[in-house]
Write a protein that binds this ligand. Structure first.
Ligand SMILES: *Cc1c(COP(=O)(O)O)cnc(C)c1O
Length: 429
């Protein structure tokens, strides 16, 4: 079986990998490496795959997509989604500022996260976000106080921990007991009743998010049933829920995973909600990875080949500071030679970066025909790639470009070395 995922927006043409109509080797020449490369078509198609389920043929809306922007928060990407009509799921005041800077509107923003600070609540209330997704009584109490001091009412939803196993990596599963996220299932009704007593909070929704890189639909249906039961029970106590936020988490294919297609996934959940008699609810999806993951790759250049007794190393100019996922989750990213017609002999390499850590690897035991100076593309790097990057080893973060047909747009300049310590100060003499 091929270890390269099915991609939209990136393809091999005449033995050269392209982003839409542009050869990756030309991008490397023009912008240098390491560089993140995104396809506008792939972003747009992924969003429209959700919309195909979210909008009925008569134009009536069944659900709305709130892009979980922590997956990739570049302003150009946010702007593409904002123009397509997306709302946003944010987890910080910084992300709110990005939405506004990118032309998104606050009234389509839901504010998630387990540790919202007072100043973040103030910023979100002043901007007029659609909803706060709250995760504890102390957070509810704080929001009530902050909203009261501003003389406004905060619209809220509680994030339920449905205690279902999404069967994904433990670091990215969030909906099980013993996880820091959400309100324990058995405490949900009491917490809503407490919320109903808060004069500056207005209950509008219910929310759950069970994890990330989920490739099966059954955990979602389990979670959905548990949340629908809660909505019914709340209704019986006089608490009316207007919207149901199903969260994000749909997986992508990094190699041979076979997650459900986006439209099928969204249709299945929306049909399930309607079949159970909850067709009046406003429904929200919060996808991150499934919108951007396969719409981006990381382009890198080979510095050295270092054959060894037990391993051959292919040392590239990208590193764990650029793409953390392999080091952090032992994640697999397919890696291809940008020029697929090299006469070099085929060898098995570990692809590693220059950082002084043994964890600094991007791929292990990969068969490649390459020479120093060749470029590699690390695929499926559009989600949790750039946003998790750092300046470790005083390395400037990569450039980012977006390809649109035959055009390449620089959407983030490569960081200069001086900028990395521009905010630092020596002690007085
Ligand atoms: C991270 C996150 C998402 C998006 O998850 P993906 O796996 O990228 O789709 C959605 N909602 C919440 C609350 C999140 O924390």
């Amino acid at each position: 079986m091929s270890l390269i995922p099915h991609l939209n927006g990136f393809s091999l043409k005449n033995k050269l990998w392209h982003a839409e109509d542009v050869a990756l080797s030309d991008i490397a020449k023009q912008f240098g490496t390491p560089t993140y490369v995104y396809s506008k078509k792939a972003l747009t198609d992924a969003f429209n795959a959700y919309e195909a389920a979210c909008v009925r043929s008569n134009g009536a809306r069944r659900a709305r997509v709130h892009y979980a922007m922590k997956a990739n928060s570049n302003l150009a990407i946010l702007n593409v989604f904002a123009k397509l009509g997306a709302g946003f799921d944010i987890v910080s005041a910084g992300e709110l500022a990005r939405v506004l800077a990118a032309g998104g509107s606050a009234d389509k923003v839901v504010f998630s996260g387990v540790g919202k600070s007072k100043s973040e609540m103030i910023a979100a209330l002043k901007a007029g976000v659609k909803c706060f997704n709250l995760e504890s009584i102390p957070e509810l109490t704080r929001l009530n106080e902050v909203a009261g001091s501003l003389g406004v009412k905060a619209k809220i939803s509680l994030r339920v921990n449905p205690d279902v196993d999404p069967k994904t990596h433990p670091y990215i599963s969030t909906g099980l007991k013993g996880n820091k996220f959400g309100i324990a299932y058995d405490d949900v009704i009491a917490t809503y009743q407490a919320a109903a007593q808060m004069p500056f909070c207005e209950i509008i929704g219910i929310d759950c998010h069970i994890g990330s890189q989920i490739t099966e639909i059954s955990p979602y249906l389990d979670a959905l049933d548990r949340v629908l039961d809660l909505i019914k029970a709340l209704d019986a106590t006089g608490i009316k829920i207007h919207h149901l936020d199903i969260g994000g988490g749909l997986g992508i294919s990094y190699t041979n995973e076979t997650p459900p297609a986006i439209t099928d996934f969204a249709n299945t959940l929306l049909n399930h909600i309607e079949d159970k008699g909850f067709g009046d609810l406003e429904v929200l999806f919060e996808p991150g990875r499934s919108l951007v993951g396969n719409a981006g790759l990381l382009l890198t250049t080979i510095e050295y080949l270092k054959p060894g007794e037990t391993k051959n190393f292919c040392i590239v100019d990208a590193a764990m500071n650029d793409l953390m996922r392999p080091a952090m989750y032992e994640a697999y990213h397919a890696i291809v030679a940008v020029n697929d017609q090299s006469s070099a002999s085929s060898m098995t390499y570990d692809i590693v970066g220059p950082i002084c850590e043994s964890g600094d690897w991007l791929g292990r035991d990969r068969q490649l025909k390459v020479e120093p100076g060749d470029q590699l593309a690390i695929l499926s790097a559009g989600a949790y790639g750039f946003t998790m990057s750092s300046n470790y080893n005083t390395r400037g973060r990569a450039a980012e470009v977006m390809v649109d047909g035959g055009k390449v747009h620089l959407i983030r300049e490569r960081e200069t070395i001086e900028s990395l310590f521009a905010n630092e100060k020596l002690l007085p003499a």
